[in-house]
Design a protein around this ligand. Structure first.
Ligand code: ADP
Length: 370
């Protein structure tokens, strides 16, 4: 009933019925008897003793009368119908067009960068659905815009910190406040490394989020990729006295992936696990085949993640208060990049933790047929 085509059909049918009823409402008066010149109207029950010529004459005049009546009827019907049709048409089209005009107002507002504007849902089902889509689009644009602004603010904030340190310390050395010693130079070199890492991470993230990260997908045994990532990270684990536990499955698990990118994700998760686990802790990896997917679980018994942080750790620049308090180095971009890479493979990455100081588990799930 609320569909546009139903409404239009009902109104057209209504107007048609009205026009059809007009002749009944406006019945024309019987026309005068078309009298021949000077001839009186024949009495109603006149004796029918008429000549042939008179009969023909009466027949002709009766025909003329019927035509006259018909034409009169038609004219009135058309005139009244046209007026009613016009009034109803104007009323109907205004009703139909009003929500479209609201939409036009909304489009103009969005074009003026007023992304908070929402169009009220009115009118037929189709127009309501169009309005809903428009509002969703405006909300998504608003969300993107706020992400862009936050990103800009975050990038500025993150870049400013190491740049200030570099400027301040170099100026101190120039002014003779700080001695030009190897420890000072090493500290400054560390800051430039951090800056370089930040710029690289940002570049990768920007590419991944724009779906422009080049992926060189090939048939790959995921077990071999995990093994490579483990070997690369092992010296760090040894240095931090964190144990690595992993049993490579006997059968190969073939997936169509970019091995370098997936290795980057695994290394990132492993280096986080090492970083957020105390010496003496353990990290275990489980690689399992599911119905149509392969899942890799990386579990540590480190500092864990609070429930309030879990919802945000994949956001860019998000660093849980606990890890910041412990003075852990990091850009807060690693998990955002890992998520973007996994999603570019149509996979999923999730995190869980029973709570602070109770360890964490990160799971990467990749489809087999992809
Ligand atoms: P960062 O460079 O800070 O490690 P990430 O994006 O890799 O950035 O991680 C975001 C945040 O998620 C970290 O700051 C930390 O608070 C939390 N986190 C990540 N991995 C772990 C882990 N294994 N255990 C506890 N917290 C973690």
């Amino acid at each position: 009933m609320n569909r546009l085509w139903v409404r239009i059909s009902l109104v057209i049918a209504g107007v048609a019925i009205f026009i059809a009823l007009v002749p009944l409402i406006f019945r024309p008066e019987p026309p005068p008897w078309p009298a021949a010149v000077g001839e009186p109207r024949p009495p109603e029950f006149a004796p029918l003793a008429l000549t042939e010529a008179q009969l023909t004459d009466i027949q002709q005049r009766a025909n003329a009368m019927v035509w006259w009546r018909a034409v009169l009827h038609l004219r009135r019907t058309v005139a009244v119908g046209a007026v009613i049709g016009l009034v109803v048409g104007v009323w109907l089209s205004r009703g139909l067009i009003r929500p479209l005009m609201e939409l036009e107002k909304g489009a103009t507002a969005v074009a003026r960068q007023d992304l908070t504007y929402r169009v009220p849902e009115k009118g037929s089902q189709e127009v309501r659905s169009l309005t809903r889509s428009f509002n969703q689009m405006a909300a998504e644009l608003q969300n993107q815009e706020s992400l862009r602004r936050n990103m800009l603010a975050d990038v500025t904030h993150e870049l400013r910190h190491p740049v200030h340190i570099l400027q301040g310390n170099l100026q101190g050395i120039l002014d003779g406040v700080f001695p030009l010693e190897m420890t000072e130079i090493a500290f400054l070199a560390e800051q430039t490394q951090h800056l370089g890492q930040l710029v690289n991470d940002l570049h990768e993230l920007a590419l991944a989020e724009a779906h422009e990260l080049p992926l060189h997908k090939m048939e790959t045994d995921l077990g071999a990729v995990v093994q490579d990532a483990l070997e690369a990270i092992r010296p760090l684990a040894v240095e931090q006295a964190v144990g690595l536990r992993w049993e490579r499955p006997s059968a190969a698990l073939w997936l169509t992936i970019d091995p370098m990118r997936i290795r980057q994700v695994i290394q990132n998760l492993l280096s986080n696990a090492i970083r957020y686990t105390m010496p003496g802790g353990t990290i275990s990896l489980i690689l399992a085949q599911e119905a149509q997917a392969v899942s890799l679980q990386i579990t540590d018994n480190g500092m864990g993640i609070a429930a309030t942080d879990l919802a945000h750790i994949f956001d860019r620049f998000y660093r849980a208060a606990a890890s910041r308090d412990r003075g852990q180095e990091g850009t807060g971009l690693g998990l955002a990049i890992a998520k973007a890479i996994v999603e570019a493979h149509h996979g999923r990455i999730t995190a869980s933790s029973p709570g602070p100081q109770q360890g964490s588990t990160f799971t990467v799930r990749l489809e087999m047929g992809d």
